[in-house]
Design a binder for this molecule. Structure first.
Ligand SMILES: Cc1ncc(COP(=O)(O)O)c(C=O)c1O
Length: 457
């Protein structure tokens, strides 16, 4: 790219380091500059309007730029712009938000522990797992299991939990004691003639074997996203979580549901845990908690875990953990307003209704020569791109087909996500049916353009 001297693009290259970016390539291609957003549309620096079918990073669940949320933030900043929760300190926005979250959380949840990001929430959940196991006299229970392909964050511990080798490579990670079991990816890994149920049984048996081989007395917890988001919106096969939870129970292993993407209606219920009948010991949430208007996340802790934490903190003289901005009053006030908006709009029914529209929009693509499978739960969906539909053969990695579809979509004014061999969609709950139809049209153009290019069709 030829960024003009002193242009925003040139200054970006000069001053910013970008996450999840090829840093060398960035010098050549520069940034995708966005200027402003409204509803589910973003306008880039050249004035092009882009329909965001990904809610940013699965998070801007109410679209962009809300005057109502801005007002709440402004008023809270004028009243109390900062307050912490250390050493018995507290404030109304944090208390009200915690109360609200427990109102909508599964009934066995008893406390809300605020953090600032999904990574932080999972990081704290890991610490709480260890603290809990020590508290109940099982200090040797330290190992934590998650799944290949899962994404739980970028901090040292949460990326160790994450099952993505590229995020470990050359970072000297994962840390010891983080183990990975199968990704429940029936389309790719289900055996020929194997039913979803049989596949789920096989995966549960593999988990059982892993725990027994490691020694159940050393395994502390299992973390899972109800729907694997950053693996490409992969929904679990039938009976999977029922069987996995039975194995965890048998070996007395805690279950932490990572609801960072799936919380607040995304799967067509308030929680992914409801959609898949999960009974987690802790849940983590972020993203749609504040509709991404400000950073805030939470660990929601079940009663039985919390009671053990209480006893341990008393034995030790205190719970020696904290983050300066955790439960920030402005973020909490905005998140509370977001929860009010969800209630007013009945976000769960909206997600269910729009989820069906999304499915109907995607369904015709099942006949597209590059589409191997379409997977939708609620308002999140993934599409597997294949070189051969009958044999399910994937495109060679070096062709970078999903990334090309992502770029072609952008050229057609549409933002989607490309991940591995998949593309994914998570439209905001304020997307209109007409906008979903428009999304379908633009997606079709992008798929056709790349198909023509790759397959000389
Ligand atoms: C399931 C899941 N957990 C955790 C995270 C990490 O959240 P954050 O980027 O806010 O640290 C993400 C981010 O995409 C996620 O998708």
């Amino acid at each position: 790219m030829n960024a003009k001297p002193n242009s925003l693009a040139a200054r970006d290259i000069e001053y910013l380091m970008h996450p999840q970016t090829n840093l060398k390539l960035h010098r050549d291609v520069g940034p995708n500059l966005v200027d402003h957003g409204g509803g589910v549309w973003i306008t880039d620096a050249d004035g092009n309007r882009l329909l965001d079918a990904m809610s940013g990073l699965w998070c801007a669940s109410l679209g962009y730029t809300s005057a109502r949320l801005a007002r709440v933030a402004f008023e809270q900043m004028q009243k109390l712009s900062y307050g912490h929760l250390y050493k018995h300190n507290s404030h109304e926005p944090a208390i009200e938000l915690a109360e609200k979250l427990l109102e909508i959380a599964p009934p066995h949840m008893s406390k809300v522990h605020f953090q600032n990001s999904g990574s932080e929430a999972n990081d704290v959940a890991i610490k709480l797992v260890w603290y809990y196991q020590n508290a109940i006299g099982k200090p040797e229970k330290r190992k934590i299991i998650s799944r290949h392909g899962a994404y739980h964050g970028s901090s040292v511990a949460t990326v160790s939990l994450t099952g993505k080798p590229d995020m470990h490579e050359k970072f000297n990670l994962p840390l010891d004691g983080f183990l990975h079991t199968d990704c429940p990816y029936y389309f790719r890994d289900g055996g020929s003639g194997e039913s979803e149920e049989a596949y789920a049984s096989r995966l549960a048996e593999n988990l059982n074997t892993l725990i027994e081989d490691e020694g159940p007395e050393t395994v502390a917890a299992f973390f899972a996203e109800p729907v694997l988001g950053s693996a490409g919106a992969i929904s679990p096969p039938a009976t999977y979580f029922e069987k996995i939870q039975a194995v965890l129970k048998k070996h007395d292993v805690l279950f932490i549901a990572d609801e960072v993407i799936t919380g607040f209606g995304r799967t067509g219920n308030m929680w992914g845990s409801e959609t898949f009948a999960l009974m987690p010991d802790m849940m983590t949430c972020a993203k749609a908690l504040s509709a991404a208007a400000l950073p805030i996340s939470a660990v929601i802790i079940s009663d039985h875990v919390y009671e053990a934490l209480v006893a341990q903190s008393d034995r030790l003289g205190g719970y020696a953990h904290g983050h300066t901005y955790a439960g920030h009053p402005v973020s909490a006030a905005v998140a509370l307003e977001v929860q009010k908006i969800y209630e007013e709009m009945d976000v769960v029914s909206v997600a269910q209704r729009l989820g069906v529209v999304l499915e109907e929009t995607l369904a015709p693509f099942a006949d597209h020569p590059m589409v191997g499978q379409i997977d939708r739960t609620g308002m999140m969906a993934g599409m597997e791109l294949v070189a051969d539909k009958d044999t399910r053969t994937a495109f060679a990695d070096e062709l970078g087909v999903p990334a090309r579809v992502g770029r072609a979509a952008r050229e057609n004014g549409l933002i989607i996500k490309s991940i591995g061999s998949r593309i994914a969609f998570a439209p905001a709950f304020v997307t209109s049916e007409e906008e979903i139809a428009e999304f379908g049209l633009r997606l079709g153009k992008a798929l056709d353009a790349v198909h023509k290019d790759v397959c000389n069709a």
